[in-house]
Design a protein around this ligand. Structure first.
Ligand code: PMP
Length: 355
């Protein structure tokens, strides 16, 4: 056999098992059984390992979903620019997808976000504009600035992750089916926090449809978000006040992605920062998982849902991203002190705060 033929054969057998570039590697993440918490609750607590996506977070799915949708609708053309307002992870996903598919990427983000995320976006070739972290009602809000910038730039689109339902649809088409298949359809509860609401609504809607409504879908909310009180009051929207250390989640309105699904949500928990930060350390110590604060908040909420639904149930949640993106904050003694959270870390876990 000639060398050329051998190389061709080798390449064929290699590519047959290879996925198609960055975008082909998005999704199909493992489900992790959280042993200690499952033992503690008598339930199966399982986390979808979204930190294993190639861009490092659950938002890779949404980023790919909105770009694909814009391509299919003929809105995004070769050499075009993708503009988005994002707290970071959607931007990171978009920056990867744009590099992989030959688009430019411009990101507007609130200046309250970690430096790691800004640096990474720039390293991925995105143009980043940190803007004052003001409320959605303010025209200077990062989303409105992204929309206006895209309007002013030829051959560009604003992907509008909060209200573009291609986001929730990406989860309806991937996260939901994966969890259903990986659990053999045995999923009694699904719970996660929302930023855009895409993960909760897309995954939740799929699981409810497949289970004929038997899977309970609950929302986990950080302080400073209005959704917990909206759901527990039966639909009263209150003013947003306060904040949380959990980046990328919490919401002041009903986005299009959450949309009418919010009426199908079975219940909600509000999770204080003290419990989320303790779980960041607990997951590291007990399960060897190095996860961001929104993942930790989701796991705290999954434990509460397990207690609510009773022993023997399977509760799924989302492990959104790794702690790498926030380590200068979450593992810094000074930062914990500044946030009044040093006492939230039990003595035996304090050794992990090494910065
Ligand atoms: N966790 C993290 C770390 C995030 O960045 C986000 C999205 N901003 C979420 C959770 C929430 O996901 P979604 O936008 O699908 O509600």
């Amino acid at each position: 056999m000639s060398a050329a033929l051998r190389a061709q054969k080798l390449s064929r057998s290699f590519t047959s098992r290879a996925v198609d570039g960055f975008t082909g590697a998005v999704g199909n993440t493992p489900l992790i059984h959280l042993k200690k918490l499952s033992e503690k609750t008598g339930c199966n607590i399982i986390g979808k390992a979204e930190f294993q996506n190639p861009g490092g977070s659950v938002k890779d799915r949404a980023a790919l979903g909105v770009v694909r949708d814009a391509e299919e609708r003929g809105l995004l053309k070769p050499g075009g620019t993708v503009v988005e307002g994002t707290a970071g992870n959607t931007g990171i996903g978009l920056a990867h997808v744009c590099r992989a598919r030959g688009y430019k990427c411009v990101i507007f983000m609130p200046n309250s976000q970690s430096q790691e995320k800004i640096d990474l976006l720039r390293m991925l070739g995105a143009e980043v504009y940190p803007v004052p972290a003001v409320a959605y009602e303010n025209p200077k809000n990062y989303n409105h600035q992204a929309r206006d910038f895209a309007k002013s730039l030829p051959n560009s689109i604003w992907t509008d992750q909060f209200d573009n339902t291609a986001n929730a649809n990406a989860h309806y088409l991937s996260t939901g089916p994966e969890i259903w298949e990986q659990t053999g359809g045995q999923v009694d509860g699904f719970i996660c926090a929302t930023g855009t609401g895409g993960t909760l609504a897309g995954t939740g809607r799929y699981l409810k449809e497949k289970s004929d409504g038997k899977t309970q879908v609950w929302l986990a909310d950080p302080p400073g978000s209005v959704l917990y009180s909206y759901i527990s009051s039966g639909g009263k929207l209150t003013e947003r006040s306060g904040g949380s250390i959990t980046e990328g989640i919490g919401q002041g309105r009903i986005t299009n992605n959450l949309g009418t699904f919010v009426k199908d949500v079975d219940g909600a928990f509000s999770i204080p920062d003290t419990e989320s930060i303790e779980m960041v350390y607990d997951l590291l110590d007990g399960e060897g998982l190095y996860l961001g604060a929104s993942s930790a908040l989701n796991v705290v909420a999954a434990v509460k849902l397990a207690q609510q639904l009773g022993p023997g149930k399977t509760i799924a949640t989302i492990l959104c991203d790794g702690a790498y993106r926030y380590q200068s904050r979450l593992f810094s003694k000074e930062w914990l002190k500044a946030k009044g959270l040093e006492d939230a870390i039990p003595l035996h876990l304090k050794k992990y705060a090494v910065l």
